[in-house]
Design a protein around this ligand. Structure first.
Ligand code: SF4
Length: 344
């Protein structure tokens, strides 16, 4: 693999000083705030994460507050962000930080990596941004920038390539400004060296960038072909009884673990089959009407959903019968069900 060019920090840091965006987690970048923001940003756009981050910090301002919260509170604060295992791991890790490290995140990338939900990327981000250590944080944006700087011929999906860039970057970390260097690389990938349309004219690294010089930098990075997602058809029920709506808690493991959902079954049920299903649950269905189709895309899976709204004569105990208020305050319902949530 080609070496990363010399002088990266010298070129990047003045640009970062002039262009860094004012983001909530950059103000008062404590280890806890950096950690929570990095976990949120793993699968969420910056604009969408800002409001969630501020709300999370208001509700749980310290590691100890997070450790002491119950899981439903944490999931409720995460409701709508998706990838809920991030929130569950954050919660588990906070308890370990309190028990093992007295409530302070360890200033050591290896110790950080041993915590649930913290991989190489997050450990590098927290270690460099919060503790000033020369630990690279290579996410998709940084990987793209590095692949272009070196015109990397190998797929960036290959773990060896990522490892190589991490080691290469480590040598480029400038003493005294490790956190800013990490943030500057991320900022460049997020605002200038964009996936389809890199703005090389505005880039502080243009003079040292191998892909930029070719005139068609968007040809990098080389990527693996994506595997097609599995499609699953589901039928979702809005079961209503005397102004309450049925919810059920998902199992503690697997997809959307511990979240609440509208009762649903695999397959696309027609009216007669949906009626039978509601009856089999003991809901004594009185009337039934369609409530639309919806699509939700997970990383490796698509749910193609059909909905039925059912007026029920009975409220069996197998479900939790909720009011609008209790749903808003207590029951985190994932964004996968947004189209149905909006109807009640
Ligand atoms: S010169 Fe162009 S391709 Fe190279 S890092 Fe800058 S924006 Fe990306």
């Amino acid at each position: 693999m080609e070496k990363l060019p010399e002088g990266l920090a010298e070129a990047l840091l003045p640009w970062y000083d002039a262009h860094a965006r004012d983001l909530p987690w950059r103000r008062d970048a404590t280890p806890y705030r950096v950690w929570v923001s990095e976990i949120m940003l793993q699968q969420t756009r910056i604009e969408a994460a800002k409001g969630y981050f501020l709300r999370f910090m208001r509700a749980l301002p310290t590691v100890r507050d997070l450790a002491a919260a119950d899981q439903q509170t944490v999931l409720k604060l995460w409701e709508g962000l998706g990838y809920y295992s991030r929130a569950r791991n954050l919660h588990k890790a906070a308890k370990i930080v309190v028990e093992r490290y007295g409530g302070e995140l360890p200033a050591d990338a290896k110790a950080l990596r041993s915590l649930p939900g913290i991989g190489d990327y997050t450990a590098g981000a927290v270690a460099s941004i919060a503790f000033g250590l020369p630990e690279p944080a290579v996410d998709g944006n940084v990987l793209r920038v590095c692949a272009r700087l070196t015109r990397c011929p190998d797929s960036v999906g290959d773990p060896k390539v990522k490892r190589g860039f991490r080691e290469g970057l480590r040598e480029r970390y400038p003493a005294g400004r490790c956190g800013d260097f990490t943030s500057a690389l991320m900022e460049l990938g997020e605002t200038v060296c964009l996936p389809g349309t890199p703005d090389c004219g505005a880039c502080p690294l243009a003079a040292v960038c191998a892909a930029g010089r070719t005139g068609h930098p968007a040809d990098w990075p080389v990527m693996d072909e994506k595997r097609p997602r599995k499609v699953q058809r589901r039928t979702v029920f809005l079961l209503e009884h005397e102004g309450r709506v049925a919810l059920v808690r998902r199992p503690d493991r697997g997809l959307l673990a511990g979240m609440w959902e509208f009762p649903n079954v695999e397959g696309e049920l027609d009216e007669a089959a949906a009626l039978c299903q509601a009856d089999a649950w003991g809901c004594a269905p009185e009337a039934l009407e369609p409530c639309g189709r919806a699509l939700h895309i997970f990383t490796h899976l698509e749910w193609h959903m059909t909905g039925w709204r059912v007026r029920c004569g009975a409220a069996p105990d197998r479900f939790t019968w909720t009011t609008a208020r209790s749903r808003a305050e207590r029951y985190p319902v994932p964004a996968a069900f947004r189209a149905y949530k909006e109807q009640i």
